[in-house]
Design a protein around this ligand. Sequence first.
Ligand code: ASP
Length: 321
Amino acid sequence: MYALAVHGGAAARGQAGERHAPRQDYHTGLAAALELGQRILEQHGCALDAVEAAVALLEDNPLFNAGRGAVLTFAGTVELDASIMDGSTLRAGAVAQLRRVSNPIRLARRVLERSPHVFLVGDGAEAYAAETGMTLVSNEYFITPARMQQLAVLQQRRAQAGQPARAEVRQPQREQQGRVSPESQPPLGTVGAVARDHQGRLAAATSTGGTAGQRVGRVGDSPVIGAGTYADDQCCAVSTTGHGEAFLRTVLAHDIAARVCYRGDALAVAVERALEERLAVIGGRGGVIAVDRHGEIVTRHNAGQMYYGYLASNREMHVNA
Ligand code: ASP
């Protein structure tokens, strides 16, 4: 059997990053990604191909906060991060601070497959993209009017609150549990996918533009193996979305895998406990999609809303957007 889940980000309701198109459009985008991944899995393609293809399609969709249409930094530029992991071999590829690679997840796959490294960033990552035959685009390619407007609203809010336009986003602290500033929360739209293929291989992939109005050079959890993405055929595949700093501090994707592997927790229990006992404790908000070696799919969040969808060889497509 095969199983596939995708997400399109998690966020609190009523913030600057909330959706900027009809809900149905997000639904259509997620369904298209699921259908593409399903075609690959049905034809006995591998889980890694399915998650890469699903995420690349969402990167091309300007509604989502990944690839074209990603959120802007406070400088009005786009910086992209992505990672992918193969649960059969524990090989992984990650890229961050890309400004000119149209599909960061495809570059992450190249890092996984063709390079001796796991993580490439910035100019070096883009040089690697060019060396391996990828065409670089200008940063303007990624910038959409909706994201420019979102940044303008954010800057206006900061000005009204008496904060400098380049205000630092404070990290959630333990003592601030449940009181994370809405500004420190991510917008909807980061994308991810997890899959189990016919042969029981697991894979996970995540791609993002980070948080709206973020400091230039800021990198969240999405490209960090163990925090935003993790896959191990022995336990599960996980892709996260939400407040990146909190996911980094709790190494959440690996935390879930470790609960499944070492404690023998069922996937649903592992995800629930990781979100409650680790993420929420430091005031982190976000969500997770995960699939285990039996093809069990779990989606869960504590953010207010999360866009996701899933299907399996024995399960109809379901999309929540
Ligand atoms: N986790 C991402 C980051 O912090 C943002 C998101 O998932 O929306 O960069």
